[in-house]
Design a protein around this ligand. Sequence first.
Ligand code: FAD
Length: 317
Amino acid sequence: MKVTEHIKQAKGKTLFSFEIIPPQKGQNIQELYNSIDPLIEFDPPFIDVTTSREEYVYIEKQGLLDRKITRMRPGTVGICASIKHKYNVDAIPHVLCGGFTKEETEYLLVDCHYLGLDNVMALRGDAMKHEKYFSPTKNGHAFASELVTQIHNLNQGKYLHEIIDSPYKADFCIGVAGYPEKHMESPSLEADLRRLKEKVDAGADYVVTQMFFDNAKYFNFVEKARAIGITVPIIPGIKPIAIKRHLQILPQVFKIDLPESLVVEVEKCNNNQQVRQIGIEWAIQQSKELISRGVPVVHFYSMGKSDNIKAIASTVF
Ligand code: FAD
């Protein structure tokens, strides 16, 4: 079922959902199930599965370094299919512009359609590890709005090349990313919101936000989005702080601010066990306020660990 239908069916009740990252190549899917199992009792209507950008690896061959492209965490669509059938929950693959040609994207979407995946999250992806800035893949998309257009076209039965004349139409519900503290490359929040509006105008059905730790940023973002005519659901994304190093990593990687009172509390901790507890309590307060303000879903970034998400969900759902 589509995310928008889940929201409609909930009739104002806030839903619980979360995002997982595929295991590294060679690992067993059972580990993934082990992290999903404890969260199923909270009835997630959908689970997101991320996609990782390709990476370069250097292999030594007769004294020379050979550069090869690899994916450390492949399998997003397959994992979605297995989650859907094992748990009877909608699983949402993240589809990236970066690393995929338009044709490869079309094949991936056709696979999703065959597998009965009703939703896809359309994202540009970040720059590759060795790159400073994102550069589009040859014959790929430069911005998520273009990817949304491709998916929307497929929903109208329009494939990339006219030679494929298929009577079948896809019917994907399309999610896109939004940034309450603006995307790192955007000159201003207003400019970034205009880009978000382009994604919605191209056919996006809902937005999931980047993590934030101050709910005021989310409420301000939603207000500004509504003011420029973005009417689709805007789902808040919450990440519980889990280790002391998150104080450096999260602002550096995601270009987000952490509230001073949270920073002070984390700095006081003597070990990561204590940090984890602070992260849980902070996320509980955030979630309670978001729910009291009627958000459609609270979406958690689990990063493969479910104990803290379980502790939060047991208190608020
Ligand atoms: P876009 O919407 O294309 O925007 C990127 C930047 O370009 C923004 O600054 C925007 O303002 C600007 N822009 C947009 N259109 C134009 C235009 N026409 N001209 C000029 N500028 C423009 N990354 C992954 O690799 N894998 C994942 O699974 C993944 N999941 C995510 C899930 C969520 C909920 C979020 C919030 C992010 C996720 N990301 C993921 C990260 C995401 O790929 C990065 O944040 C990426 O840098 C931007 O993606 P986007 O889809 O927002 O890009």
